[in-house]
Ligand binder design. Sequence first.
Ligand code: TXA
Ligand code: MG
Length: 355
Amino acid sequence: METLMIKVDKENPSAEALKPAVEMIQKGGLVAFPTETVYGLGGDAENPEASKKIYAAKGRPSDNPLIVHIWDFSQLEEIVSEVPEAARKLADAFWPGPLTMILPKNDRIPLETTGGLNTVAIRMPSHPVARLFLKESNVKIAAPSANTSGRPSPTLAEHVAEDLSGKIDCIIDGGAVDIGLESTIVDLSEDVPTILRPGYINKEMLEKVVGPVRIDPGILDANANKNIRPKAPGMRYKHYAPKGDLAIVEGKPEDVIREINRRVEEDQGKGLKVGVIATKEDRELYHCDHILTIGTRTDEYSIAHNLYAILREFDELGTQKMYTESFETPKIGNAIMNRLLKAAGHEVIRAPHED
Ligand code: TXA
Ligand code: MG
């Protein structure tokens, strides 16, 4: 299959340019498109055949449900069996934007789209290209991240092409995404709103709007909670795994840098190809053949923005061992560490303290 590439102006997309993509999605085809979080791989959410094609293109297990994207609140009312007060409040506060809500579904959304569940994940993206595409096609679009299952989510159209070129009908290229990590998922199908996946919209922001919010115990600490399974099926898989072996080094900044340098020297001495993920501030302090800069400590969002592209870059470099500092930043730190811990297979090294 030939994959059509459509380039659009992110701030000012034209409906005319999107026409071929609109026709494809209406006919049951697959179209990747930019959102403010990551690129999505879209298909008609009400067409079970389209959902099956999404799973096939991504190589994704079919019990891992998709997120349904809408551009107007009335579309939510069409596909859920009830709209709780909390959903209205959260939509008022955060839609359009990087928040996904889980609600009980009705019969319009086939089980193929929800991985067999009776609930549906819904999100109204804010990206101008995503909004125009949704509006012009008048289709509710089921879209997981547009990566091959197990690879980092795509933050550029080039990443989508790397993984899915030849397997999908079209890629809409709207340049780099804004946030770079997937949306916050909040489950409203139970009594207390529960975060199933951390993202840009954090617990404090949600609590200001709906009162107490829980975090799914299954996502907190994989080691402490070996027997508790995350509720979002997608959070159970080993995701975002780079090809090499990544370890997170924690401790006082100077201890972390010393420990990473010590390990790099040891590994390079064994003939291994080694990489370090560094902030702009610390870059000069490392001694390693491959140092990639993830962002700056003065802007925590820059770290979120660059994480996935860096993991892809290491795959291309073919590094066998990688080390990174920890990024427990105040606002989006939970989301960053959730992805980073998965990428590292939860390998965390405590740097020994030296005075
Ligand atoms: O930012 C995002 O959310 C991006 C963009 C494209 O919108 N999409 C995205 O989709 O990250 P995906 O498929 O990669 O992740 C969806 C997650 C999975 O972990 C899935 O298990 C969970 O949402 N999910 C979907 N429906 C669910 C449901 N009914 N109950 C529990 N978890 C659900
Ligand atoms: Mg994904």
